[in-house]
Design a protein around this ligand. Structure first.
Ligand SMILES: [Fe+2]
Length: 239
């Protein structure tokens, strides 16, 4: 993602990412491929562009408590921070990280979300930032609420934040979800449990980080992302 990779690639960790068809996650039966995937070679245009403009990032884009409406967002004030690294542990700078999430009541600002929890006029639910020279990123937001989803009749998503990591071009994009340490819904959620490796689920679970906490203001949660290799963060759509 940053410059030319010159190291040796390690074997991709098969069995780390969730399968396309996970029986307990019912809708995967309808949308998983019926046939084996076909590998298409990428073209130069896919690998080199289009690219986003780094100067398009606004000063409050990484602050979801202030980037939508007047008055700020309702909920537990939190910092979500971490490092983006490659499989060799090297920082990945200047990568675009985007997040989206439900509000404190568990409701998305989306026309297809019919959950009864109210919308928060001060919260849109989206943010973005660039990693710095050390591969570090940070968002200020509110802790999202759990929400029910139609699967088995009484399934609830753990509190989570969706992450997208862009590479040097739009053809390079990874999507995953971050969970919160100690949430009992993690063990009950068919989507989380479709990740077949308990250690991989652990890597999707952010840890309380008292060192990054802002005293009398916001608690901090640490979520590091590894792009590839045996310690890779599980990503969606990468069986
Ligand atoms: Fe979600």
């Amino acid at each position: 993602m940053s410059g030319v990779f010159t190291g040796r690639l390690r074997t991709r960790a098969t069995g780390l990412h969730p399968p396309a068809d996970a029986s307990a996650y019912r809708s995967t039966a309808l949308r998983s491929p019926r046939h084996a995937p076909i590998q298409l070679p990428s073209t130069a245009s896919e690998e080199t562009g289009p690219v986003f403009g780094h100067d398009l990032i606004g000063p409050t884009d990484a602050d979801l408590t202030r980037n939508f409406g007047p008055g700020g967002a309702i909920g537990e004030q939190i910092i979500v921070t971490g490092h983006l690294r490659d499989e060799g542990g090297r920082p990945v700078p200047q990568a675009l990280i985007e997040i989206w999430q439900a509000n404190a009541g568990g409701r998305y600002r989306h026309r297809n979300d019919g959950y009864t929890a109210p919308l928060d006029p001060g919260f849109g639910g989206c943010g973005r930032c660039l990693t710095d020279a050390q591969g570090a990123y940070a968002f200020r937001t509110i802790r999202p609420g759990a929400y029910p989803w139609p699967n088995g009749g009484n399934d609830w998503r753990p509190a989570h934040i969706h992450f997208s990591v862009f590479g040097a071009a739009f053809g390079q994009r990874l999507v995953t979800q971050m969970y919160f340490e100690g949430d009992p819904h993690i063990a009950l959620c068919p989507i989380v449990q479709s990740v077949p490796d308990a250690r991989a689920i652990d890597r999707l679970t952010a840890r309380l980080d008292m060192d990054a906490t802002i005293p009398f203001d916001a608690r901090a949660w640490r979520f590091d992302i590894t792009l590839r290799g045996l310690d890779a963060t599980p990503f969606e759509g990468r069986p």
